[in-house]
Each structure stands twice: as C-alpha cells, then as structure tokens.
Design a protein around this ligand. Structure first.
Ligand SMILES: NC(=O)c1ccc[n+]([C@@H]2O[C@H](COP(=O)([O-])OP(=O)(O)OC[C@H]3O[C@@H](n4cnc5c(N)ncnc54)[C@H](OP(=O)(O)O)[C@@H]3O)[C@@H](O)[C@H]2O)c1
Length: 332
C-alpha cells in the first residue's frame, strides 16, 4: 500500500483536467482512519468539482469523490478496527479533503460511519444523494405530513435525490407525483412507485409566476431550486412543507411571503454536508434497515473510476438517470 492509484483533478487556468496518478501514503491527508476504498459514486456536486467555476473545490489538486465506502486498513481510533467496513461523505470529503476516487483515503474518525447492514456497493449507491433523500422524507414526516394528506411532488425526479425520494416516499405509503424533464424515465419512476409523472415545473417557464396558485401538493421534495422551487411553493396546500436541497435549476429564488403567511407552509432546508456525526450515523443505520430503498438495483449504473468523467458529463447536463456507483477497487 506504499503507492496507490488515484484520479486527481488539477486546475490549469480556466480548465480542470483529471488523470490517473500514482500517489504514496504520504500524499494522504492527516486522520485516524485509513480506508481501502471499494466504491464511490457520482453526485451533482462531483460534477461541480470538475467544472471550472463550479464553486465547491477550494483548492486544486484534489481527489474528487464526495462518497466513499470501503474497509479500514489502519486505525488510530478506538472506534474503528482493521477490517471494519465503513462509509463516509460530507464535511470536505472530495472537495477540500481528498475523496473517494482513489484506492485509499484517510479521514478523521469522527467523519466515518460504520457500514452496518449495507454492502459497500449499496452504501455507495445510496451515497450523498440517497442520504439527502432520506433526510428530506424524514423532514416531511417530522413536519407532520401524513400519507393521506394528498400528493407529494418530487422534482428532478429522475436524478439521484429524486429517484431515492420517490422510492422512499412510495414505500412509506405517500401518493407521489414525479416531475421530470426525461419522458424516457417515466417507466422507471412508475416502477419506483410514482402514481403520476409530470414534466418539469413550472409548466410554462415563460408565464409570469403567481405568488399563489391552486393548491396541488400536500408537500414536496425539491432538489432543483430556482423557478421550479418558486412554482412548487405557490402550489403547496395549507400547512404543507417543502424539503429543499438543491439548485440544478439555479440558486435564485423569486417568490413572495404569500405561501408562508396565507397557507402556513414551511420551507425546510436540507443540509447533508455539516450534519453532525451522531445523527448522520443514526440515519445511515436506518438506511440499512427500516428506511432501506427497495429499488436500489433498478436505479444504479456501475462505472469504473477510470471512466468516471463520461458519467460526470451526463450528470452536469442533467441527462443522467438514477445513481452512478463508481467501482474504485479494480476500477483503474
Ligand atoms: N443540500 C445538500 O446537502 C445536498 C445533498 C445532495 C444533493 N444536493 C443537491 O441536490 C441537487 C440534486 O443532486 P443529485 O446528485 O441528485 O443530482 P442529479 O442526479 O444530477 O439529479 C438532478 C436532477 O435535476 C434535474 N435537472 C437538471 N438540470 C435541471 C434544470 N436546468 N432545470 C430543472 N431540473 C434540472 C434533472 O432531473 P429531471 O430530468 O428528472 O428533471 C436531474 O436528473 C443538486 O443541486 C445537489 O447539489 C444537495
């Protein structure tokens, strides 16, 4: 293990390039737990890390990959022993700290999550996107949205957060409306449990947004932001809530106070990056058990780490469906 392979991203003026490089363990950052990485994944944030001006990487060169799963090969922490199967994501992994697109990673023990009942493959298949989906669904339940409240719309439904949200909500008995820009994903979304498939929101992007529209949704899981989130907010029924996590449709939010003060709805912010390790480990334990997505195999595509850039291009264009698991061990 003195040397190992890694996909390294480097910035050259306004261009970001990636190449497989041979590193030594001395190149790994400090941390108590050294992990032989088995799998990583591709999230929208990984695409941003490889996009000039993406705004998520503080300093190149960096090993991207915001998710990783694997086996502990060295531990200076009483919490972990050699041979333990673990996963990690969030904090600065894959952005400010070397991430999962390498045969080895080293992390502080308080950023490491025991794998529990999940396999390393399924842990990566869930990854940051699936974890955020679980956070979103739990936030709506905690807000008091019951399955008989009405329809829950999921935007960006064919993506990572979207597909896992549809799966989890349908499994919990909610009536799910999947909003997607990909007609070809309709069959998959129905198989995951969506009762209805609609196009992206707003239906007419050129129409003047209305502060309040006819109430259509009991609640929403939104990972798109921008005009989509504004449209969703205007159509959430009295007492409803929106779990908002993303910005694939843009970061700007043009809305009014009307949905909040006339319908008492809540905009619930989802933030998976800084979540403390205790609740993070608890939610992962549930993802391996009572909250385990039923259709992971159906939404997952596997790719070798040496080919990850091809998937990144699709994710960046909003053209990828489901979750991409990155095979790291044996994938160089
Ligand atoms: N807050 C957090 O902690 C957190 C955690 C995870 C992810 N996120 C964010 O959540 C978002 C989704 O992440 P992901 O990994 O699930 O990404 P993803 O797999 O790429 O899915 C995003 C989906 O958004 C839709 N989309 C793409 N471009 C769009 C556009 N211009 N307008 C409207 N819809 C568009 C597409 O779905 P359709 O084609 O089906 O419409 C796409 O599949 C990202 O912004 C990510 O940064 C945040």
């Amino acid at each position: 293990m003195d040397t190992f392979q890694a996909l390294v991203a480097r910035q050259d003026e306004d261009r970001i390039s990636t190449a497989v490089e041979t590193l030594t363990t001395a190149d790994l950052p400090p941390g108590e737990v050294t992990i032989r990485v088995l799998y990583s994944s591709v999230n929208f944030k990984d695409a941003l890390a490889l996009t000039p001006g993406g705004g998520v990487v503080r300093k190149y060169p960096v090993i991207p990959g915001i998710d990783l799963t694997g086996e502990v090969v060295d531990s200076q922490s009483p919490e972990f022993a050699v041979g333990d199967m673990v996963l990690a994501h969030g904090y600065q992994i894959g952005t400010g700290h070397h991430g999962g697109y390498a045969e080895y990673a080293r992390l502080p023990a308080d950023q490491v999550v025991p794998m529990g009942a999940l396999s390393p493959h399924d842990g990566a298949a869930i990854g940051t996107a699936g974890f955020t989906a679980a956070m979103s669904v739990q936030a709506l339940i905690d807000w008091g949205i019951a399955p008989d409240a009405g329809s829950v719309v999921v935007t960006g439904a064919s993506g990572g957060v979207g597909t896992v949200s549809v799966d989890l909500l349908a499994d919990a008995g909610y009536r799910v409306v999947a909003s997607t820009g990909k007609p070809q994903a309709a069959e998959l979304l129905k198989m995951l449990g969506a009762s209805e498939i609609i196009g992206r929101l707003p239906t007419d992007p050129k129409a003047k947004p209305r502060p309040l529209a006819t109430a259509r949704w009991a609640a929403a899981v939104d990972c798109v932001g921008g005009a989509t989130l504004a449209d969703v907010l205007s159509a959430v029924d009295y007492g409803g809530a929106v779990a908002a996590s993303g910005l694939t449709g843009g970061p700007a939010l043009h809305t009014t106070v009307m949905p909040f003060i006339l319908r008492g709805i809540a905009l619930l912010g989802m933030e998976s990056v800084q979540m403390a390790i205790g609740p993070r480990r608890n939610l992962w334990a549930r993802l391996g058990d009572s909250l385990r997505p039923r259709h992971l195999a159906d939404i997952t595509t596997e790719v070798d780490v040496k080919n990850v850039v091809e998937v990144v291009d699709q994710v960046r264009a909003g053209a990828f469906t489901g979750r991409a698991v990155v095979r790291v061990a044996g994938g160089f």
